[in-house]
Structure formats: C-alpha cells, structure tokens
Design a protein around this ligand. Structure first.
Ligand code: NAP
Length: 341
C-alpha cells in the first residue's frame, strides 16, 4: 500500500524528511482492532514534534499521522462496535503506526462514527483536537457539559489554532461560559470571534492588564494551548479563587505550584493519548466522546474547523502541512484527502 513515512528524523527542508513509500498492508485485524481504509487525514503539531530532527533511525519506516476519517474494511474477532462499510473518524494511538497510509489498524474503543453531514476531509480535522478540548474542559477542569457553570469565565490561550477552534465552540455551546480567547493577528482575532469568543486578548501583550479591562479581571478556568512556560508565572494573578487550569503543552522550565496555593487553584495536564497509551480500562470513553462530537456536528451545534485543504496525501503535501504548523500561525485545521493512484 502507499504511505508517507520516514527512516530518519530530519529538518522538514531535507528531501528525505518525509518520503512516498510502498509498505506491506497491515495484517488482518485481531481482538478489538478495525482495519480502516483512510479517506482523509489531518496534521497536528504532534506530527511535527515526533518528526523533529534527532539521532535515530527507523526500519521499517515510521508512519506519522494521528487524525483520520475512513471506512471500516474488516473487524477483529472481539470488535462489536462497528461493521465493514461504516464511515469512522479517530485520532489513533501514538504508540502505533499512524494514518499517513492507505490502511491502518485501530482499536475500536478510540474510534467514533463519523458525522454524516460532513465530507471525510471536513471530518478528519476533528478527532484529535475535539478529544483534547473535550477532555480538558469537561473532565480535567470538570466544567458542566449541561451548562450548570453558565456565566463563569474561561481564558483560552491560543484560541485560533486547532484545539482552540473546537474548545471555543464546546465552551460556549455546552459549557455556556463567557469565553475570552487569545489571538495576536486581525485574521486570528476575527476567526475566534466568529467561533463564539465573547472577548479577545493578544497573547503577545500583558494578559493581566488586558483582562482588567474586561468584566473578568480573574477567570474561573484557563486552558493553555501554547507556551506554558511563558504564561505560568502570570497564572496566580489571572486565576480566580478555586479556579482550574489545564495545559496541553509541555514545559522546559520548573514552576512553583505554591503560586496557586492561596487561591486553592488546581493545575492539571491533558494528554489525549493517555487512554490509548496506557490501555486504560475506560478507553471506550473516547468512542462515546467522538460519537457525541459527530452528533453535535450533525445537529449543527458545532462546526468543522477545516480551513486548509492541501490536496492528496503525499510527501510533498505533507511537507507543506509540516511547514505551516512549524510556522505556528495556522488558523483552524489542515487536511489532505486520498492517495493519487
Ligand atoms: N496534550 C495533548 O493531548 C495535545 C493535544 C493537541 C495539541 N497539543 C499541543 O497543543 C499545542 C496547540 O495545538 P494546536 O493544534 O491548537 O496548534 P496550532 O493549530 O498549530 O496552533 C496555532 C495557533 O497558535 C497560536 N499561537 C502561536 N504562538 C502563540 C503564543 N506564543 N501564545 C499563544 N498562542 C500562540 C496562533 O495564534 P496567532 O496566530 O493569533 O498568534 C495560531 O493560531 C501544540 O503544542 C500541540 O502539540 C497537545
């Protein structure tokens, strides 16, 4: 089958950083696995981070890609949630080969039925970011999905990117929160306002000063999607007493949690691969969660975050996607669809 893979971890400008290759088809699915034919994929910062240059080689080739929409071709002997022909979407498991290939094996417990109202390209951009945003808002921070926290405030740092674009919608539509999103350019500001942000702050300027000009000088929730190191020192000023903070981006520095003590504030991490990586007993939650996202899309409660269709799935187009993500200014999400024959 066709795939895009790597043998060496190289700068994206190196011709061998991502290669068009032919690799064996995955074996027939066993256990709870599904064999899926990939229709469309998205690309996330995790692809860029995994591909980052390092002194390591792979044989066979490493296949990246953790966002896809596709069609179930075959099911394992213990799979019960799907049948051949079902249209599905999923992020997958970072410890297994990814979705930059014509076929992929995925555990059915982390797969959802795709929205019926979207094309595969529109659906493929949703799973990884929706799982991340949903788990952060409604599980890590414990915000009510039924609106019991209506009127409370959330600051989303990095609002226009992939995760921010779906987080704004979930926080508004289901959380009924007052959403303050950060965006640093006119086009990203306009995008987050169109998604429902009530107020916008610029993450390149002092956040505390800007929040003091809004009805929420302190916020009940903070969702950090970029630069945890840069923003952590300001958090004790920004967070309200008993507030909740969740980050999804790694730190390179040490930070003092004492800063949050007097406000009894909570800090937590969200990592959407935790369920798959540790095969947690409740990993089927991600199946239900993706189905909830699909139903919410089909009911027009939230919408796809697709902004860039980069064409067929091949090394040239995937390199363009990696370039765009590395530059750090993607608004919404990128997708690629189909393998040219
Ligand atoms: N832990 C997890 O499970 C998980 C899951 C998904 C993603 N992540 C991580 O979360 C991060 C965000 O992912 P994503 O998909 O949303 O990325 P993305 O789509 O590439 O984010 C792009 C956005 O980031 C904003 N941005 C750039 N520099 C910023 C800064 N200094 N402060 C705040 N915002 C800034 C940009 O807004 P402007 O152009 O307006 O500046 C741009 O719209 C990545 O590091 C990713 O690896 C983690």
């Amino acid at each position: 089958m066709k795939a895009v893979g790597l043998y060496e971890y190289l700068d994206i400008n190196d011709p061998k950083s991502l290669l068009d290759i032919d690799i064996p088809m995955p074996s027939n699915p066993t256990g709870k696995d599904l064999l899926i034919q990939i229709d469309a994929i998205s690309v996330n910062p995790v692809d860029v981070k995994v591909r980052a240059p390092k002194d390591k080689t792979e044989s066979p080739a490493r296949i990246l890609g953790w966002d896809a929409a596709g069609t179930v071709i075959a099911i394992g002997d213990q799979a019960t949630l799907f049948k051949p022909g079902d249209k599905v979407f999923y992020a997958g498991d970072i410890t297994r080969p990814g979705s930059n290939a014509q076929y992929q094996l995925v555990d059915e417990r982390i797969v959802g039925i795709a929205p019926t109202s979207l094309t595969a390209t529109e659906a493929a951009v949703l799973p990884l970011t929706a799982l991340t945003a949903y788990e952060a808002l409604f599980e890590r921070m414990g915000i009510s999905r039924e609106g019991a926290d209506a009127g409370k405030s959330i600051l989303i740092i990095g609002g226009a990117g992939g995760v921010g674009s779906i987080a704004i919608q979930l926080a508004k539509t289901f959380g009924k929160l007052h959403v303050i999103a950060s965006a640093s350019r006119p086009e990203s500001e306009s995008w987050v306002r169109n998604l429902g942000a009530d107020a916008v702050v610029n993450h390149h300027e002092d956040l505390s000063t800007q929040l003091k000009k809004t009805p929420f000088p302190e916020v009940d929730y903070i969702f950090i999607l970029s630069g945890t190191d840069a923003y952590f020192p300001q958090l004790s000023q920004l967070i309200a007493p008993f507030g909740k903070i969740t980050s999804i981006t790694e730190t390179k520095q040490s930070h003092h949690l004492d800063a949050l003590k007097t406000k009894s504030a909570t800090f937590s991490w969200e990592f959407m691969f935790t369920h798959a990586m540790f095969k947690t007993k409740d990993m089927i939650k991600q199946h239900h969660l993706l189905n909830f996202i699909a139903q919410s899309i089909d009911q027009r409660l939230i919408k796809t975050t697709l902004t860039h269709n980069l064409g067929p799935i091949n090394a040239t187009n995937l390199k363009r996607a990696h370039h765009l993500i590395e530059a750090g200014h993607v608004i919404g999400k990128l997708a690629l669809a189909g393998f040219s024959t």
